[in-house]
Design a protein around this ligand. Sequence first.
Ligand code: SF4
Length: 443
Amino acid sequence: MHEAPLQFAGARPAPASAAAPGRLERFGLWLRDHQREVRALQWAMVALYLPLLILPVLLPLPDATARIWSNLTLFAQFLFWGIWWPGVLVSVLLFGRLWCGLLCPEGALSAAASRRGKGRAIPRWMKWPGWSFALFAGVTIYGQMISIYDDPRAALLILGLSSGSAVLVGWLYGREKRVWCRFLCPVNGVFGLLAKLAPMHYRVDARAWDACPPSRAREMRFNCEPMVPVRTMDSASPCHMCGRCAGFRDAVRLEPRAPGSEVLRSAGSGADSLMVIAGLIGLGSAAFWWETAPWLGPLSRALGAAVEAPWALFGRGMTLGEGAALLLTFGLIALSLSAAVALSLALAARLDGRSGMFHRLALALLPLSAAGLIVGLSQQTVARLAASGLPLDTRWVWTVLLLLGAGWSLRLAAAMVRRRPALGAVVPAIGVPLAVWAAVIWA
Ligand code: SF4
């Protein structure tokens, strides 16, 4: 971690025991005391997740007259891609990684396997910090290649592989720990970054922690499944918000905080900047907008005759030319947007004159990135409703959301830089993705 020392807006210096617990703090304590109910909730999510993933593969493909409310496959896809995924993303922005700790079926399966597994030591290769970006990029690109949103077999292949690996890793490594979630989950990096914007977190009072008598601490043991070093935890990024450590040593409490306050005091890192610029903005934009590229058709025809590509390579009914055009378009959007943003931030950092500003400014783009992801994912919701005869014109809603994200990013950047020209150089890093997304929405 590269964050500055703990310094929260509104932080109370007194030990946690000195004040009556607020509503949020009580919720954290309630979670701690109701882990049995939390586990039941997690199994309920597993029971929902598996049929949503498997049933559409077993059922016949929907015909042109099928609708969300009359066809189980379409209903499952709508629920999964149109409600579930956008909902998860919004929940991370609002509540931190509560989804991971309380509801994620993959995490629950991995943790359950770890409780009964071999408990081996975690291998060094697994701790490579580049996994977050590499796996996110791999899943994003391959998911588009085999049409993960539309082909139930593609969804089963990718999510099934992910869930199967989560169980295997849980069974092999770590005892009662979420080794998969901590090191290999493809959305770990994304969720960790978005959680920095959340208006709540578990705050640790290190003085109260140290002041707690060892005898009392021994009575209050807990197991942090994602292996967070709780005493020194100064970021919501790794915390799954499970509540197990709430009240520990009278030093840990769930508290509100100013949205984005963690971003302002974070130093950022190369891995964070890579994920924001190349992952959320570059690959994220490419995943949602590549199909709208005006050159896609001519490029497909120019690149190859109607030779059908293998399903495992380019999914249902795609020719090799179409597949190659997809990859080229995808790469072009991702690289050009990432390069424009990175150059703009590099110039801003140089104009500001302080070391580390590039990584800090990259974090300032999180609100805009989050807005782009929500707009992109909600495209699925709108498209599926429209295909069932329920068209919704959400262009203004999307535009306002993107503008709000851009405004928030600009405010964060303005609070970080000390020279006006540096802020001017940040404007293209916000304006270029915004202009591209707005053009796609309105054109
Ligand atoms: S630090 Fe660990 S135990 Fe505490 S709430 Fe976060 S995930 Fe749970």
